[in-house]
Design a protein around this ligand. Structure first.
Ligand code: SF4
Length: 462
């Protein structure tokens, strides 16, 4: 029986179809996913607004990121994701909100929105435009943010882009990604021309420059002779997005959050796309070969791969030795859960549990294909499920996000933040793998764990 109901879920039997134990006899089964959370099952999903604002629109560095709603919805975007940028961190340093109050809910918030756009653009004249995001409240009172954006754009003489992403839409933040892609495609892509085109122009899609990932990937792609027109949307200017249509190929890093725009560009501009992992040695090398082959740059790619691997070998060997035989539990939003099983295998680490917050069928197909027999795969877990999995599968390390950090510490399980990374940051491609391994090592071997009373040591002490 490949599907399992944890003990903690006896009151939520619907959870059984979401939790799959990889079984070679039924290896193509995947957990139920991308459906509404069962009432009573308290999971950790973000809302549509969070997906649109926090993931897709938020990294654009030179626009006013204006949240249309009560101030509470501003919490997560406020520096929660360190998508750093070159030249300015305007988007991280400032949070803008229309701060809707009771009277606005009764009489409407459109006037306040219009005034906020004008006021913010006067206060920050260097901003290149305004992104307006609807929250639940704006959606419920029926403010027409698109019409306001049009009027305000004329008044300030810059693009004002309206994202209809109230939190209640969809079953998770995943719909917010889709909305973000669609709106930017409809309103910005294709509105400016690239001055100098080359035959080697690409876009990097679904890469958000968390702690500088982009700054590892782009130089690597450039070293084989490519030029990145736009990273969608990490370290991106609104003007970069406007020129995306000039690229010859779209290279997709996070397929869950941004494949949509690649598909739309293929349909409208005929731009082909390819998916990549760009984590670990084998996947990164194969991805580089795949992209290089498209442009006839295979020789250069081999040269770069050899050089990069030689540079990281000594340090990586040290960490591999330290990590060998350790067990890890991975819980990410979506794709990192399928990017990482092979990366962990290269480090000698065994993946025992994998979960995602908002994975769709295609994410789980990849996860199930990439994990070994006996791995527990959980869709949209609740905290008791995570606790039970930690007790039962006894991982040496839990790689997840901020929300799970203290849960993990409470259980005496070393933790690594795989969403926003730890101190050294940037875990992608060859150089990032060393940082990833180093942070895993630092977490696992921290002397602090000697002082933690786990359930076992507490029982022994009694
Ligand atoms: S109120 Fe709605 S938009 Fe705001 S954080 Fe909650 S679910 Fe998201």
């Amino acid at each position: 029986m490949p599907f399992v109901l944890p003990e903690c879920d006896k009151d939520v039997p619907e959870r059984k179809k979401h939790i799959y134990l990889k079984d070679e006899k039924d290896e193509f089964a995947i957990p139920a996913c991308n459906i509404a959370t069962t009432p009573g099952d308290l999971t950790e999903r973000g809302c549509t607004y969070a997906g649109c604002r926090g993931v897709v629109g938020g990294p654009v560095k030179d626009v006013i990121q204006l949240q249309h709603g009560p101030i509470g919805c501003c919490y997560y975007p406020w520096a929660a994701r360190p998508h750093v940028a070159t030249g300015t961190n305007f988007h991280l340093a400032n949070a803008f909100s229309t701060d809707l109050r009771e009277s606005n809910i009764v009489f409407g918030g459109e006037k306040k929105l219009y005034n906020s756009i004008v006021e913010a653009s006067e206060a920050f004249p260097n901003a290149q435009g305004v992104f307006v995001y609807a929250t639940c409240v704006a959606g419920l009172i029926g403010d027409d943010i698109t019409a306001v954006a049009k009027r305000a754009s004329k008044a300030i003489g810059k693009p004002v882009v309206a994202f209809n992403c109230p939190g209640f839409r969809g079953v998770s933040q995943s719909l917010g990604h889709h909305v973000g892609n669609q709106v930017l495609f409809d309103t910005i892509v294709g509105t400016e021309e690239l001055e100098e085109k080359t035959p080697y122009d690409i876009n990097l899609i679904g890469e958000y420059n968390i702690k500088g990932d982009d700054w590892l990937i782009v130089p690597l792609l450039e070293s084989i002779g490519l030029r990145v027109v736009c990273t969608f949307t990490g370290d991106a200017s609104i003007h970069d997005i406007a020129k995306m249509h000039a690229a010859k190929l779209n290279v997709i890093r996070c397929a869950r959050s941004a494949k949509y725009i690649a598909e739309m560009m293929q349909e409208k501009y005929g731009t082909p796309f390819m998916e990549v992992d760009l984590y670990g040695i084998t996947q990164t090398a194969n991805d580089l070969r795949k992209v290089a082959q498209y442009f006839g740059l295979e020789e250069k790619a081999e040269e770069v791969i050899t050089k990069e691997l030689a540079e990281i070998k000594e340090e990586l060997d040290f960490y591999r030795e330290k990590l060998k035989g350790k067990k890890v539990m991975i819980y990410q939003g979506g794709p990192r859960s399928w990017h990482w099983p092979e990366t962990m295998a290269e480090l000698g680490v065994d993946v025992v549990v994998v979960a995602t917050t908002f994975g769709h069928e295609d994410d789980y197909e990849k996860i199930v294909k990439r994990v070994k027999n006996g791995t527990l795969v959980i869709d949209n877990p609740n905290a008791p499920e995570l606790e039970e999995a930690m007790l039962k599968y006894k991982p040496d390390l839990f790689i997840s996000g901020t929300k799970e950090k203290y849960l993990s510490h409470k259980y005496g399980v070393p933790f690594l933040n795989g969403h926003t990374y730890e101190s050294s940051g940037g875990y992608m491609v060859f150089k990032g793998l060393v940082r990833f391994a180093r942070d895993m090592y630092k977490s696992l071997y921290s002397p602090s764990w000697k002082f933690v009373r786990t359930q076992e040591t507490a029982a022994e002490a009694q």
